[in-house]
Ligand binder design. Structure first.
Ligand code: PAF
Length: 283
């Protein structure tokens, strides 16, 4: 069945009240549209986490893009998105206008700290997580979901949202969903459409370098040597590297003697910036 489309906060709240009538838990999957199989997985993860009803938001959030970034050309594919969400069984699609999210006079921003200042994406996109945190907090208060699902592909974003939700006592369970990949390992991303054929052919080198580093680290390799080798491999494959870092998976600080490890990368190929990350089993 086609999902109900809500464009205003009042319509969204009325629709969510309806969804709750039979006591269902409501899940929210926030997206910027241009949906791919990774987003469909987010809806499945929401169901598995106990969402009897599902709201998917589609909003290309201007405040998380720097002026030189790709806000204007970010792919907008609303009709195709709706078809995918109908198939995925979404109950409500919330697609607010920019003026609904940021009316005249809007003047309040959430400034996340902790994992938002880990020296990863924030080094290259200093305003980004304030925009993400603010819009996600707004989506939470507008929709009031029981749980919300975010992809691990944006691993620092997930950590920032977990931290913010705890710090602001937002009554929403945050659920992370594993990254979905193409057959050759490239992480699905709405930005993959920017890749030329030759860039697309080279792009899986990023994931291959992550896998190679993780295997060496698990085998007891020293982090600085393994990372130096990984950085060189990524550059040899034709990328301009922003970072390749091994971090503690929870707070994204330096990897400690306990806790899980995560390897995170961002690199540019041509005009496209790709990010990826994987779990690193400890030696
Ligand atoms: O991951 C995204 O698509 C966006 O950052 C989000 C969480 C929908 C906020 O705009």
């Amino acid at each position: 069945m086609a999902p109900l489309i809500a464009r205003t906060i009042a319509d969204l709240r009325a629709a969510v009240a309806d969804l709750r009538q039979d006591g269902a838990r409501v899940g929210l999957v926030p997206t910027m549209g241009a949906l791919h199989a990774g987003h469909v997985t987010l809806t499945q993860v929401a169901r598995r986490a106990g969402a009897g009803k599902l709201v998917v938001s589609i909003f290309v959030n201007p405040t998380q893009f720097a002026p030189h970034e790709d806000f204007a050309k970010y792919p907008r594919t609303f009709e195709a998105d709706l078809a995918k969400l109908a198939e995925a069984g979404a109950d409500v699609v919330y697609a607010p206008a920019p003026e609904t999210m940021y009316p005249d006079g809007f003047a309040t921003t959430i400034l996340p700290g902790g994992p938002a200042l880990a020296g990863l994406e924030d080094r290259f996109r200093p305003e980004h997580f304030a925009g993400v945190a603010t819009v996600v907090a707004k989506l939470f208060t507008q929709c009031a979901p029981d749980l919300a699902v975010f992809g691990e592909k944006d691993f620092q974003q997930l950590a920032v949202i977990r931290r913010m939700t705890r710090d602001l006592d937002l009554p929403v369970e945050i659920v992370g969903a594993p990254t979905v990949r193409e057959g050759d390992g490239l992480a699905l991303s709405s930005r993959n459409v920017y890749l030329s054929a030759s860039e697309r052919a080279r792009a899986p080198a990023l994931q291959a370098a992550l896998q190679d580093c993780a295997a060496r680290l698990q085998a007891g390799g020293r982090a600085d040597a393994v990372l130096a080798q990984g950085r060189a491999a990524i550059e040899t494959a034709g990328f301009a590297l922003d970072y390749l870092e091994l971090r503690d998976a929870d707070g994204l600080g330096a990897p400690g003697p306990a806790g899980r490890w995560r390897l995170l990368v961002a690199a540019r190929i041509g005009a496209t910036r790709l990010i990826d990350n994987i779990d690193v089993p400890r030696p």
